[in-house]
Design a protein around this ligand. Sequence first.
Ligand SMILES: Nc1ncnc2c1ncn2[C@@H]1O[C@H](COP(=O)(O)OP(=O)(O)OP(=O)(O)O)[C@@H](O)[C@H]1O
Ligand SMILES: [Mg+2]
Length: 1034
Amino acid sequence: MAEQESLEFGKADFVLMDTVSMPEFMANLRLRFEKGRIYTFIGEVVVSVNPYKLLNIYGRDTIEQYKGRELYERPPHLFAIADAAYKAMKRRSKDTCIVISGESGAGKTEASKYIMQYIAAITNPSQRAEVERVKNMLLKSNCVLEAFGNAKTNRNDNSSRFGKYMDINFDFKGDPIGGHINNYLLEKSRVIVQQPGERSFHSFYQLLQGGSEQMLRSLHLQKSLSSYNYIHVGAQLKSSINDAAEFRVVADAMKVIGFKPEEIQTVYKILATILHLGNLKFVVDGDTPLIENGKVVSTIAELLSTKTDMVEKALLYRTVATGRDIIDKQHTEQEASYGRDAFAKAIYERLFCWIVTRINDIIEVKNYDTTIHGKNTVIGVLDIYGFEIFDNNSFEQFCINYCNEKLQQLFIQLVLKQEQEEYQREGIPWKHIDYFNNQIIVDLVEQQHKGIIAILDDACMNVGKVTDEMFLEALNSKLGKHAHFSSRKLCASDKILEFDRDFRIRHYAGDVVYSVIGFIDKNKDTLFQDFKRLMYNSSNPVLKNMWPEGKLSITEVTKRPLTAATLFKNSMIALVDNLASKIDYCGRKEPYYVRCIKPNDKKSPQIFDDERCRHQVEYLGLLENVRVRRAGFAFRQTYEKFLHRYKMISEFTWPNHDLPSDKEAVKKLIERCGFQDDVAYGKTKIFIRTPRTLFTLEELRAQMLIRIVLFLQKVWRGTLARMRYKRTKAALTIIRYYRRYKVKSYIHEVARRFHGVKTMRDYGKHVKWPSPPKVLRRFEEALQTIFNRWRASQLIKSIPASDLPQVRAKVAAMEMLKGQRADLGLQRAWEGNYLASKPDTPQTSGTFVPVANELKRKDKYMNVLFSCHVRKVNRFSKVEDRAIFVTDRHLYKMDPTKQYKVMKTIPLYNLTGLSVSNGKDQLVVFHTKDNKDLIVCLFSKQPTHESRIGELVGVLVNHFKRVTSNRVRAKKKVCVIQWKSKYESQEGAESSAHGGTENSGVGLEPGELGRSRRPGSWRGQRITETPRGAWSFS
Ligand SMILES: Nc1ncnc2c1ncn2[C@@H]1O[C@H](COP(=O)(O)OP(=O)(O)OP(=O)(O)O)[C@@H](O)[C@H]1O
Ligand SMILES: [Mg+2]
C-alpha cells in the first residue's frame, strides 16, 4: 500500500477505495491526473495515465527515492515497479518481466524507456566499463529502433509500428551484462501507403530532412518530401518531431552501437531505393508494360550495387520454372506495380529485422560462464503496439488487436484467475468474482481449423484465384454463429458494415470493423523470387547478407513458407509462454504490470475524457482487478511482512514476539487492536477485509513511529554521549599513562645518569641532565638545587675545617661580585692578614704585629679579618701610604710609615657598606654611619698588583653574615661603581692611584665623597648605583 501522499491527491492505491465502483474509480483517477499524479497502484499493478507533458518526476532525486525501497514505501511510480522487479530478480535469482499494455498513444514506449533508464541508473555501482558500455547500448538501441519502427499515426506522433520485447541480462551481482530484443510484426504496409493524417516510418523523413546536401546528392535524393510518392501523403503534416535533429541522434547512436560506416551507408541506400521505387511508373505499350522513368531504374541499380538491366528485369518479368524449363513471364502492369510495392515493403522489413539482429549481435551476452559468473538472470520488458481502432482497419490491425487479446488473456489468467485461486490455496472462504474472460475471442482468432487465421490460411492455400471476398465468405460460413463475429451478410441491418468487404470482431476492448481488402495478399506476403536473387547478387556485401535465400536456384523447389498470420500467431504464443515462464516469483504468479491509459485523443495535458478513460478502464479489466484484489479483502500480506510493518503496535510483538509462529503473533496483534472480525487468516498470509482497518493500522503505526523515532533518537543521543564520554575518558587515561610514563622514564633516566656520582671525581658535575617533561620543570629545578647542594656538601666535606672560613668568604665574595669584577682572587689562598704575613711585608711585619697584639689586648678583638697596605691621595694630590686593619671589632686606618700608628678607628658596627669599582683598580669605599666614608686603594707589595678587593668584600660579607645570623640584607645587590675612565685603561690600580691626578674623587677624605658624588664630579665615570646605601648591613 502506497503512502507518503496526502489524501488531497486521491487514493494512491485503488484497493483503498471505499466502494469499488466505476464512478469512484474514475473520480480517483481523474483527481490524481488533475493533481499531476499520473500513477496509481492496484496492489502491485501500476495504472499510468499519459500526462502529455513533461513531468519532473524522473530525475536523479526521484530515482534515489525509489532505489531499494519496497513498493508500499513510496508513492506509486514506474520506478517502484521497476525496483520491485529488479529486487525480485536479484533476491531470488529468477527471471522477471514487466508487461506494459494500453492502447496506442497511452504511453507504453515512454514507460518502457523510463523503466530502462531506472534500471540503468541503479545498477553498476562500481562503474565497470563493460557494464556501462552495455547500458549505453541498451539505451541507445531504443532511438534507432524508434526511427525505423515508429511512425506518426492519428493516435500517436511516435507510434510503435512493431512489437518489442527486450530481455536485459544481469550477472549475479545484478549488473546488466547484455540484452536481447525480439521484434514482432512490423506494419510494413505503411512503407507504401498511409492513411490520411499519418506518416510513413520516421527514418524516411529523417534522411530527407537531416541528411547533408552531399549525402542526398549521392543518393540521388532531393529534400522535398512531396517528391516521393510513398511518403507524400504525410509530407505536409505538422508534428512535434524534429526530423533533422533526430537524424543526427540516430546516426550517432548507430555509430555508438557499433554499426560500421559501410553498414550505415547501406541503410541510407535502402531508404533511398524505397523512395525511388515509389516513383517508378509503368506504362503499357500494347500488352507490354514498360518503365516510364528509366532513369530511376539506373539510380536504383546504383544504390543496390547491381546492374540496371537486372533491376529492370526483376521489375517487369517473373522467372518461372516449368519442369526443367525456365521461362521469363512478363508482368501485367498491375503485377508489376504489385511486385514493386512488395519489393519496397520487403526490403524495408528486411532492413528493420537486420537492424534488430545487428543490435542483438552487439548487445548479446558474450563470454558468460555460469560456473564463474554465477546465474545469469533476465528482466523482460514488453512494449508492444497497443490496441487500435482506425477508420480503416486492415490485416495489420487485426494482428495487433489479436496480440492485445493474447496479452489481456495472460492478465486475466494471472491476475484475475490466479488471484482468486490464491484464496483457495490459502484456505480462505471465497465467493467467485466474475470477469470477462476473453479466451473466447482469442479462440475466435487462433483456434486451429476454426479460427480466423486458420480460415485465412486455408483461403491462401487454395489453388487458383482466391479473392478477399472469398475469404470473407469462408468466415461467414464458418463463424456465422460466433457471438463475437459478425458481417453485413450475417446482420443485414448493420449498415456500418459493407457487403463483401467488412467483418466485425467484438474485441475485449471494443468492436473493430476490419476490411478484408488485402488480407490474402498480406497473409501470403508474396515476394517474387527474382527480387530475392537480385538482392543476393548485389556487390554490396551488407545487402547480400540480408538476403541469403536469394542464392537458391530457380529450379529448387522450396517448402511453402508459413503465412504472415501464422508466423505472427506462433510468435505471440511463444511470447506469452516466455512471459509466463518469468513470473513465478515467491508464490506470486503475475508479471509486473503497467496499465497505460490515454486520457484524451487530442494529446492534451488538460483533458481527462471521462468516456474514453472509462472505456479503457473497462476493457483493461481494472475494476475487476481491484475487486479481486480486495473483494472481501482489500489487503493481504505474508505474516512475516505484516509483522515487520505493524509489530510496533502491540507489546506482544514489539520489538520481537516470543509466540510459536508469526501467524500467532499476527493474531495476537490483530486481537489487541480489536480487528479480529475484519480479517481472515490464510495459511501463509493475513487477509484484511476493509481498507478502514488498514488505515487504522497505518494510523496506529504512524503514532507509534513518532514514539519510536523519539525513543531511537533518545537512545542514539545517549549512545553518542556515552561514546563521546568513553572516548574522552580513554583519551585522558592514555594521557595520564603517557605522562606517568614520561615522568617515570625521566626519573629512571636521571637515576641512570647520576648512578654512582658519589664515586665520580667531580661528583657528577659533568653529567648532562636529561630534559624533563613540562610537568617536571620545577621539579627539575628543585632536584638540581638538591643535587648542587649535595655536591657542595660533598666538596665541603673534603675541605679542612681551618679552610672553611676562607671558603665561606670566597662564596660570599662570589655571590656579591660575580659578573661584576673580572678578578676576585678566588684562585689563590686568602691570607687575610697581609700586614702580618712576611712575603707581603717582609720589612714591616715585625712592627705591625706588636701593634696588632696591642690592639687585641686593648680592643679585645678575636679575629683579624683583613689587613693590607693601601694608598690614598690627599687633597694636595699627594700619594700617601696607609694600611687598613680590619678585625671583628674595628676597622683601623694606620700609618705604616709611623710603625702602624692607628690614625683612625671605625667600629665595625659603624660600617654601613662598601663600594668597589668594576675595573682593575682596587678602589674601595667604606661607608660609615656618620657619612665619613673611607676611600682607599688596596695595595699589595708581594706579589705586586694582587687583587684583594674580592677577598675584602668576601671576608666582610661573611663576617657580617655570621654576626647578624645571616640576616645581611642586600638592599641592592650590586655595590659596584662602574667607571670607564682612564683608570680602566690604565694598567693596575697602583698606577691609577699614583697617576690618578685627574680623579678628584679617589682618595677623598671621608665626608667629602658626598660632595664629590655630584654629577660630573666623577669625571668620565658612569655611576650606576649610589655608593651610599648601595649595600648596607643591618
Ligand atoms: N510519462 C510521460 N510523460 C510525458 N509524456 C508522455 C509520457 N508518456 C507518454 N507521453 C507522451 O505521449 C506520447 C505517446 O506515448 P508512447 O509513444 O509511449 O505511446 P505508446 O503507448 O507506446 O503508443 P503506441 O502503441 O502507438 O506505440 C509520447 O510521445 C509522449 O509525448
Ligand atoms: Mg509505443
